[in-house]
Design a protein around this ligand. Structure first.
Ligand code: GLY
Length: 349
């Protein structure tokens, strides 16, 4: 049996091409974590994916800042970068942090200097489409400044961009009036007229039931964030966590919530206690929900106005995912084929 035959992966809804590529590379003998990072590289290359890598939505100053992390179950070692500018393959830089340094996380200028030393190419990551989105966001900030808002002219500009944005946090479309989105910092919430995302790509992988585990996550993070904001993606234990004796987990969605709740670590601990992958994902999210207390984060009493999706994979091959809100999907690779599956959610409707 080749590595690829027993390969099991679970990941975010946008990870389909990544798991296909990872499986192909693993079948050729590439080490599993390298294969997953190469798969994630495809998503980082896609300018239409506005939540990851090249073409990701920028920070409030119009600069794309990337976060990424990897964790290798065999060595129980992680590598991560936060606030990386000008290098699209952030996950591969994170892999270099893991392989070439004794550190777990490099940030900002240090991460970029390290990437340069490793020979990564520098480029402007802001595409014309992402720049237009950023300008539309700026224009929507105030009616008392010199920016002309999307509603001031009948261009349909912001609405059209939002409607076509495949990485937005509600794949079914913008929030409906019955489930209003929570205003995010910077007044970017509500029913946004411009692309707005916590979108991220995650893959957890197992080379065969009982075998070795690893994980990888990459993102441009919260759109229009305060420069320097790192989300959960590079925070080991929050955005991802892999324990070769137990399983692996990763998160997408509002990073601040999973940072506050160590959600990926929590899901792995719940798998260690005997829960299935899906039960563990739901269990970690239920705790996150119960600790979401501030009124500004709630759309109804006890109900967060944001989503987090948690992906979980046990060492025995059981794979699953769950989301806080309904309507989210995840990718599972098993038996040599990928499926897009619906996530059970903490709030079924
Ligand atoms: N989960 C991605 C972020 O919050 O940056």
């Amino acid at each position: 049996m080749s590595t690829a035959d027993g390969l099991i992966m679970v990941g975010s809804w946008n990870a389909g091409p990544a798991v296909e590529r990872a499986a192909m590379q693993a079948a050729r003998g590439t080490a599993l974590l390298d294969a997953v990072v190469e798969g994630i590289g495809l998503i980082e290359d896609d300018p239409e994916e506005m939540s990851v890598g090249y073409g990701g939505l920028p920070n409030e100053a119009g600069v794309v800042e990337l976060d990424a992390a990897v964790m290798d179950g065999r060595t129980h070692k992680a590598g991560a970068v936060a606030g990386l500018k000008g290098v699209r393959h952030a996950a591969k830089v994170a892999l270099n942090v893991l392989r070439r340094t004794d550190h777990a996380l490099l940030v900002g200028e240090g991460a970029l200097a390290f990437a340069r030393q490793c020979g990564f190419k520098e480029e402007d990551l802001l595409t014309a489409k992402a720049r237009e989105a950023w300008l539309a966001w700026k224009a929507s900030l105030s009616t008392r400044d010199a920016w002309i808002g999307p509603d001031d002219e009948t261009t349909g500009f912001g609405g059209a961009l939002w409607a076509g944005h495949k990485a937005n946090p509600t794949p079914g479309g913008p929030p409906t009036p019955s489930t209003p989105a929570v205003p995010a910092p910077g007044r970017s919430g509500g029913a946004p007229k411009v692309p707005f995302t916590f979108g991220t790509v995650h893959v957890s992988a197992l080379n065969a039931p009982g075998g070795d585990l690893c994980s990888c996550t990459s993102t441009s993070g919260l759109s229009y964030k305060i420069p320097g904001r790192a989300g959960d993606t590079p925070v080991i234990g929050a955005g991802l966590y892999t324990d070769n004796a137990v399983g692996s987990a990763g998160c997408t969605g509002r990073g601040e919530a999973t940072v506050h709740n160590c959600s990926a670590f929590h899901a792995v601990v719940l798998m260690e206690s005997g829960m299935s992958a899906t039960e563990a994902a739901l269990g970690a999210l239920k705790r996150l929900v119960s600790r979401t207390i501030e009124a500004r984060l709630l759309s109804a009493p006890g109900r967060p106005g944001f989503n987090v999706t948690l992906y979980a994979l046990r060492k025995d091959g059981d794979a699953g995912a769950a989301s806080v809100l309904p309507g989210y999907t995840y990718v599972r690779w098993r038996g040599g084929r990928r499926e897009l599956l619906e996530c059970p959610s903490v709030f079924p409707s």
